[in-house]
Design a protein around this ligand. Structure first.
Ligand code: HEC
Length: 711
């Protein structure tokens, strides 16, 4: 690193009076700034020269696997880039050369453990410079200069995020991770969490820890306890045995007001709410909290009593919008439903009217759907919000006929069609409109740029049987098959062939030993949960089923198959995380399936909208501009550009922010399913993106971080 970088670093340190750091020329926070607006004031790379953009450096993390992914939006402070690898190693690079400074592996050497993470958080006070990062159940503080963990942070050098939630005695049976980075406020790190979304989830409390000691300083119960506001919006004592309502996408912060903003997910179990009757505050809510104390300030709920996995997928954007000639500090909340809620930042009141519309009620005897749901008058929904025959795919007569027959098996008609045993077609599906990739807001013009998915899901419930049954004496393989069909099909499919993002388990024995599979079941691996509620014999049973071994053995114990940890009955499960796809695997509605949209938040009108990505096999047949499913955010610069990867054709593109025209594109070695960052070092502007592929897109995986500049 050259001297001037160090000097800039020192200068910024002096300016920042400790605590959080803002590096105007860097990218000092997840998604760029406190309001997560992914906006950069840099303009060296601009509309007139972007076509000359070239690779400045490439860094390979060297640790990708068939199922890894990189969702990390790196941060760049004082000339150093901090990122996360395909297997969750944290690293620091010289941001102008890509040369490695340090690497820290949060897992034991040789460990099969891994995870993913969307970013990290920086804090400093004088010489004490820290990187705060989540790794599986841990929150770790690393010395930013050396990559070494602070041994006196938390207990033994980390905070165990599973503690201080429900019970500290059996916390080891649960999963609580921090996949999106927290924000720093003075000497606090404020975090949401990612949890299981099944019957055995913990609650998604929002928590603040002391940056120096790791001590928990406050907690906000997203499932209220007795006496707390919102307690009566649930069945009695829900806080003890219902989970979810977690801000998995992270939080944003308004330092001047001292407010932290979280957007929470659905309550668990995602698709059935018979155990949690009521409106269910603070699930699916935008929540404003006092950043210093965690005290409730206001909330706004975007779906009541959620049965659709309509988690709020991105932290609230904080920006200023102009309405009737007046500037209003706003909170802009994007949703998976394609609806956008714009709220007053001080009060949480909608800036445009929000109407509570009557929606269909559930036919399930033990469900009680909430009678109405909120719809903003403006802006209009950014995606199609109801399935009907007029939008069935038209890419070929065969695809059309296939979907027509397939759709005939299910019910549809409302964005809030309740899940049922027959099955519903859900549009938008639970992987879009907007996703964790979020929106970028141009701070000069108030225009929001967001990648949107327009792909339906099939949600079909299956009633669960008796989990008290004594199975002793039955063939081990049959017990294994039962376990597989209760616990594994949602992700790996009834036919074991997998779903996008979830591997096929057919011919497993060609890829791994049964012991490896047992290890994965016990410990989990990335998006694959650990099955701690199953006994050793039950785990052996399911592995026997998968590998077709131990055929002559019988199940010995009388232990029933526990469906949940808390011993609650599991009433329903989802048949599969399925999308409505044609026989070739393309979405069952007319394209475009993935678009980049520019919405003027001041006028609430769409300025332009273009399909994002193509499928080479369809292009070969002359079917173009379909867009693909998108994961990965865009950023907007003063240079007049929107940079975004996200699409399944694995390209990284620069769009003209005024017209939506593609001005430059680059074929990445694997999908850029992450948010890029841009920064300046010594007068050179760089744009960097992680190309890790995989994830829910199911395309090839890799381990690249690639930086571009003009040269
Ligand atoms: C919530 C979704 C989900 C559920 C439920 C789930 N899995 Fe998985 N599973 C995954 C994902 C995702 C992976 C890939 C993990 C990775 O990224 O390494 C995986 C990987 C695996 C693998 C390793 C496959 C390989 O080729 O490396 C096995 C074996 C497996 N799962 C078995 C099971 C069994 C058995 C069950 C039920 C007891 C189950 N899974 C339930 C999501 C799930």
């Amino acid at each position: 690193m050259n001297k001037s970088i160090i000097l800039i670093g020192v200068f910024l340190t002096l300016l920042s009076c400790g605590r959080d750091v803002t590096d105007e020329k860097g990218w000092s926070r997840y998604r760029g700034d406190d309001g997560i607006n992914a906006y950069s004031p840099l303009s060296q790379i601009n509309k007139s020269n972007v076509q000359h953009l070239q690779v400045a450096w490439t860094y390979r993390t060297g640790d990708f696997t068939d199922f890894s992914k990189i969702e990390c939006n790196p941060i760049i402070i004082s000339g150093v880039l901090y990122g996360v690898s395909a297997k969750m190693k944290v690293f620091a690079l010289e941001a102008d050369t890509g040369r490695e400074i340090w690497v820290y592996d949060p897992f034991e050497p040789g460990s099969k453990e891994s995870g993913f993470n969307r970013g990290l958080t920086y804090w400093e006070d004088g010489d004490d410079k820290r990187i705060l990062v989540g790794a599986k159940n841990k929150l770790i503080a690393l010395n930013a200069l050396t990559g070494k963990p602070f041994p006196d942070f938390g207990e033994n050098g980390f905070v165990d995020l599973r503690k201080n939630l429900r019970s500290d005695t059996d916390f080891e049976n649960y999963d609580v991770t921090n996949t999106s980075p927290g924000v720093v406020f003075e000497d606090l790190i404020i975090v949401g969490s990612s949890l299981r979304e099944n019957y055995e989830a913990l609650s998604g409390d929002i928590r603040a820890y002391d940056v120096r000691t790791g001590k928990m300083r406050w907690t906000f119960h997203t499932l209220p306890h007795p006496g707390e506001f919102g307690y009566d919006t649930w069945s009695e004592d829900s806080y003890k045995n219902i989970g979810g309502a977690n801000a998995w996408a992270g939080v944003s912060i308004d330092r001047r007001r001292g407010l932290v903003f979280a957007a929470t997910g659905a309550p668990a179990f995602d698709f059935h709410g018979g155990e949690r009757k009521g409106q269910n505050l603070f699930a699916n809510c935008v929540i404003a909290l006092d950043a210093a104390s965690g005290k409730y300030v206001w909330h706004f709920q975007t779906s009541h009593h959620d049965l659709w996995d309509y988690d709020l997928p991105t932290p609230p954007n904080l920006t200023t919008i102009r309405k009737d000639g007046k500037d209003i500090d706003a909170v802009v909340q994007l949703t998976k439903q394609g609806l956008i809620f714009m709220l007053d930042r001080d009060t949480g009141k909608p800036i445009y009217p929000v109407e509570e519309r009557v929606v269909p009620s559930s036919g399930l005897a033990d469900e009680s759907t909430w009678p109405t749901q909120p719809f903003p008058a403006k802006p209009l929904p950014l995606t199609r919000t109801t399935f009907d025959e007029s939008i069935i795919t038209d890419i070929s007569p065969e695809a059309h006929d296939f979907i027509k027959t397939e759709a005939g098996k299910y019910s549809w008609g409302s964005i809030y069609q309740p899940p049922s045993l027959q099955g519903i077609i859900q549009l938008p599906g639970f992987r879009g409109g907007a996703e964790w990739s979020g929106g970028a807001i141009d701070q000069e013009t108030g225009i929001l740029f967001v990648g949107l998915n327009d792909i339906p899901n099939i949600v079909q419930l299956v009633a669960e049987g008796n989990d008290k049954e004594n199975l002793s004496g039955q063939p081990l393989i049959e017990v294994g098959s039962r376990i597989y069909h209760t616990k594994c099909t949602a992700c790996h499919g009834e036919d074991r062939k997998g779903n996008p993002g979830f591997p096929s388990l057919v011919d497993l024995s060609n890829r791994m030993k049964s012991d490896n599979a047992l290890h994965i079941l016990k410990n989990g691996q990335r998006n694959m949960p650990a099955f701690t509620e199953l006994s050793e014999e039950q785990l052996t049973a399911v592995v026997s089923f998968l590998f077709d071994i131990n055929k002559d053995q019988t199940y010995q114990s009388e232990e029933p198959i526990r469906t949940t940890l808390a011993g609650k009955p599991m009433r329903y499960r989802i048949k599969g995380y399925k999308q409505l796809l044609d026989a070739d695997g393309y979405p069952g509605i007319k394209p475009p399936w993935g678009t980049l949209c520019a919405l003027d938040l001041n006028s609430t009108e769409i300025k332009w909208r273009v399909p994002l990505g193509e499928y080479p096999d369809l292009v070969a047949k002359g079917i173009r501009n379909t867009g693909t499913q998108l994961f990965g955010g865009g950023i907007v610069t003063q240079g007049g550009l929107v940079f975004i990867g996200a699409s399944q054709d694995e390209k990284f593109r620069a769009f003209d922010k005024d017209s939506g025209e593609v001005l430059w594109e680059y074929q990445l070695p694997a999908g850029g399913y992450a948010t890029p960052a841009t920064y300046d070092i010594d007068g050179t502007q760089y744009v960097v993106i992680a190309a890790g592929g995989g994830g829910f897109q199911g395309t090839k995986t890799s381990d690249h971080y690639i930086a571009f500049s003009l040269k």
